[in-house]
Design a binder for this molecule. Sequence first.
Ligand SMILES: [Zn+2]
Length: 121
Amino acid sequence: MVTRMDGAADSDLINSITPDVMTCLRRSLFFERLDDLLFPKEDSHPREVCIGNYELSKRVLEASDFDSDDWQDIFNVLRAKGGCCDCEILYNVAESSRMKSEYWKSRGDGIHGKTKHPRTA
Ligand SMILES: [Zn+2]
């Protein structure tokens, strides 16, 4: 577990595992799958909404080969890169996503829709 007693993540350890975690996430198509949940290609399934946590990410990880012991490390890495919730992962961590392009197309509507969720994770 990559946490100290005060709950703060050990940044040295996070830095050391970041390249490997990112490689695993890319290989498992984590970002593409998350992108597809929040911004589906077609109307094949309803668009999910980020509610300010890792709910959708957990669903993607669950469907991949990650077991829940890995999740804490993965989310520590994502948080360190600015991904404090599902939509921020796509916006701040993924190199490219439909969400990002759609965001810039429709700036002003707000990326979270009407309700802005709190920045807690
Ligand atoms: Zn969000």
